[in-house]
Ligand binder design. Structure first.
Ligand code: COA
Ligand code: AMP
Length: 241
């Protein structure tokens, strides 16, 4: 049987991270995929392409998606907070996470990965608050097919970014992340999401265009932290529609 490889690309310009992407593919597709990722960042002065053989790939379904279109950022955030509170997370914990994401979760700056939050106490559990924790080793089994199927229902309006986010959160839930909230740090991208009860709630807008702050928070049970970090970094998942 053909081996699988994870290919991870990251690019920066003048010391700032500008693009990152991951694919999981069979050995015979490696050179095409590397070429595709090499062409992806529009502008860079540094690019890293990492390939790593994967011993075991697990196939899972994507989370179901619900899309919500709100009149304003305030309405979007109120709705997102309500989802998390109805799920059982304390209001002060939710308020604090929204404050951190909207003002820069690492001392007023964006992080390079996600915050890990104790769902019961709100304590931040990540070892390094600048780096956070990044989910890797996840991709669509057939990205084009998934995009066609998932975009065929117009209210979903899934962009390629939401497709990436959907793959990521589908893995996170399998790894034991109980709830998640995110909006991008890209000033041009105002859509965000909340995951609760294994459902991806896509919410537009969760921030105003031009706002440079964003971030991700994974709510977990503190006792599970070791297994969850190991799963997020080590277990490989292909998402199959
Ligand atoms: N933001 C900012 N800096 C980043 C970064 C990010 N998203 N990803 C990598 N870097 C920089 C950091 O400086 C990092 O150092 P650190 O580990 O101290 O934070 C450095 O690059 C080295 O990163 P590396 O270990 O090579 O990255 P990785 O193997 O963890 O891979 C990416 C991470 C690039 C794959 C990931 O960030 C990414 O962009 N993933 C795509 C997400 C996605 O859409 N997945 C779904 C696929 S369908
Ligand atoms: P993005 O949606 O790519 O703009 O990312 C939003 C935020 O999520 C970033 O500011 C990081 O803090 C965090 N992040 C980026 N990549 C990952 C990842 N692979 N896993 C977890 N968190 C990430």
């Amino acid at each position: 049987m053909d081996s699988y490889f994870s290919i991870r690309m990251r690019a920066s310009y003048r010391g700032l991270h500008v693009s990152g992407a991951e694919r999981i593919c069979k050995e015979k597709e490696l050179s095409n995929v590397i070429f595709e990722l090499l062409k992806r960042p529009k502008k860079y002065d540094f690019i890293s392409l990492k390939t790593e053989k994967i011993e075991d790939v697990e196939f899972i379904s994507p989370l179901p998606v619900k899309s919500f279109f709100m009149k304003s950022v305030e309405e979007g955030r109120t709705f997102a907070k309500k989802l998390l509170m109805d799920f059982g997370i304390r209001k002060d914990i939710v308020d604090n996470i929204f404050y951190l994401i909207s003002t820069g979760p690492y001392n007023g700056r964006n992080m390079r990965g996600a915050m890990l939050i104790d769902i019961d106490t709100g304590e931040r559990l990540e070892e390094n608050q600048e780096k956070g924790i990044r989910t890797i080793k996840v991709d669509w089994e057939d990205r084009e097919y998934a995009s066609n199927v998932l975009s065929s229902y117009p209210p979903l309006r899934l962009t390629s970014r939401s497709l990436d986010a959907l793959a990521l959160v589908s893995k996170n839930v399998k790894c034991g992340v109980l709830a998640e909230v995110c909006w991008s740090d890209d000033p041009d991208y105002s859509t965000g999401y909340v995951v609760i009860n294994g459902i991806y709630h896509r919410i537009e807008p969760l921030k105003r265009v031009g706002d440079p702050f964003g971030g991700r928070a994974y709510f977990i049970k503190a006792k599970d932290i070791k297994d969850i970090i190991n799963c997020l970094r080590e277990r490989a998942f292909l998402i199959k529609v």
